[in-house]
Design a binder for this molecule. Structure first.
Ligand code: AMP
Ligand code: GLY
Length: 425
């Protein structure tokens, strides 16, 4: 029996998920809502926004969708999983209350402190004056975060007290992130390398994916503003099997148990962002969904049928499934619009994509692209050039060879994806 699948979202992550699901021998019709200029190559794009829950439910019912896969965080926070389940529709992802582990940093921090999960010391504020006194008492460096979802822009890593005061004013006085800033988390600055852990969960069983590393700041050497993510590598060789075991036992298991205990069992994908500090690993944040651009690397390495895994997570049968990975490395280099993560131009024609796709071991995942007679930019992160290789260096060489063939006005990408890992190993 074939299964019709609907993927919700429009980024590189969703293109990578669609690319992998399209290879399943059990896939029926594959749809992406709303999709992008790349997803149309492997699936049918449906013009329904990711946050239009009613529209998505109606589409799933009418088109006999056997599995819906949620890409981004905002439909999860709106309760898309709860709504689909109430209608008897199968959907991969956590319920609204379980997804609060991502959509409320205050909830996540409180849960971590109750469950003894290592994380930066913190305080939560809803009054500006109290937050300001605390920041002045602690001094810089310090990190100020809007608690709610803020398009990845609600976190301020402040090197000086003036920056921290500015961050508080932006969130709590200017209301820059609207109600996402009703609560503010002020926390200790953590030094060290950052890694992304991804975990498949079915509510009881959990399985870790290989470790990945994202590169968040816009410029080389981790300079400039934070973005959604400018490039990834997987696996990260210096993260040992023993370290992963510690992550499983000190972070993942207690988090899943604490969520179950408070009536919010988690199924779907749990993605803790970690810092490897000199005093041990610490959780920076939790996401309740696949990472972007981590997924663009993971899908290149995954051997097992993704449909089998996603269905096992939904059906509670993950313990029965062996998940296999290809050997070697996968990387993704993100090509962004000029100006991103601030203002940028849209509708800029793209050149060289077909040539870049011909580089061996390269698969192009689209993010902010749209096809209107020709391929044009439609977002900040435009393309994810993914490549595999027997070594990390091979994979990076292929990705950069392809990236150099792409041309559009204002384009920018980091030239040092994977460099930290190469110098650590
Ligand atoms: P978050 O959305 O909470 O992961 O924050 C976005 C980014 O800000 C992270 O990926 C880190 O690079 C950085 N960051 C967040 N919290 C801290 C912290 N306590 N110390 C240092 N950097 C942080
Ligand atoms: N890789 C960053 C994110 O997905 O949030």
């Amino acid at each position: 029996m074939k299964t019709n699948v609907l993927i919700i979202g429009s980024g590189g992550r969703e293109h990578a998920l669609a690319w992998k699901l399209a290879q399943s021998p059990r896939i029926g019709k594959l749809y992406v809502a709303p999709g992008n200029g790349g997803t149309r190559q492997v699936a049918e794009n449906i013009p329904i926004e990711a946050t239009d829950i009613d529209g998505l439910v109606k589409f799933a019912e009418k088109n006999e969708i056997g599995l819906t896969v949620v890409g981004p965080d905002d439909p999860l926070a709106l309760g898309v999983v709860d709504t689909f389940r109430l209608r008897g529709l199968r959907i991969f992802g956590p319920t609204r209350t379980a997804a609060e582990i991502e959509s409320s940093k205050a909830f996540a921090k409180n849960l971590m402190s109750e469950a003894n999960i290592p994380t930066a010391t913190f305080k939560i504020f809803s009054e500006y004056n109290k937050a300001l006194s605390y920041v002045r008492e602690r001094g810089a460096p310090i990190v100020v975060k809007a608690s709610g979802l803020a398009l990845g822009k609600g976190v301020y890593v402040c090197k000086t007290l003036a920056e921290a005061e500015g961050a508080l004013a932006e969130i709590m006085v200017d209301y820059a992130h609207k109600e996402a800033g009703n609560e503010v988390v002020v926390e200790e600055f953590l030094d060290g390398q950052e890694i992304s852990i991804h975990v498949f969960c079915d509510g009881k069983t959990f399985v870790l994916l290989p470790p990945a590393q994202d590169h968040k700041p816009i410029h080389d050497n981790d300079e400039g503003k934070n973005t959604g993510g400018m490039g990834t590598i997987a696996p990260v060789s210096w993260v040992s099997a023993d370290t992963l075991k510690i992550v499983g036992e000190q972070v993942v298991r207690p988090t899943i148990e604490a969520l179950t205990k408070c009536g919010r069992p988690f199924s779907g994908l749990l993605y803790p962002g970690l810092k490897m500090t000199s005093t041990g690993l610490k959780v920076l944040e939790f996401n309740a969904r696949f990472g972007d651009p981590e997924t663009q690397s993971y899908m290149r390495l995954l051997k097992t049928d993704l449909l089998d895994i996603l269905e096992a997570c939904v059906d509670g049968t993950l313990a029965e499934l062996a998940i296999e990975w290809n050997s070697g490395f996968a990387v993704c280099v993100v090509i962004a619009s000029g100006g991103y993560p601030d203002e940028y131009k849209k509708g800029v024609p793209l050149r060289g994509v077909a040539e870049a796709e011909r580089v061996s071991n390269v698969v192009m995942f689209h993010a902010g692209t749209i096809f209107e007679n020709e391929l044009k930019t439609s977002g900040g992160r435009v393309l994810g050039v993914s490549a595999t290789g027997n070594t990390l260096r091979d994979a990076l060489n292929s990705a950069y060879e392809a990236a150099r063939l792409i041309q559009f006005e204002g384009m920018q990408y980091r030239s040092d994806i994977g460099a930290k890992a190469l110098s650590t190993t």
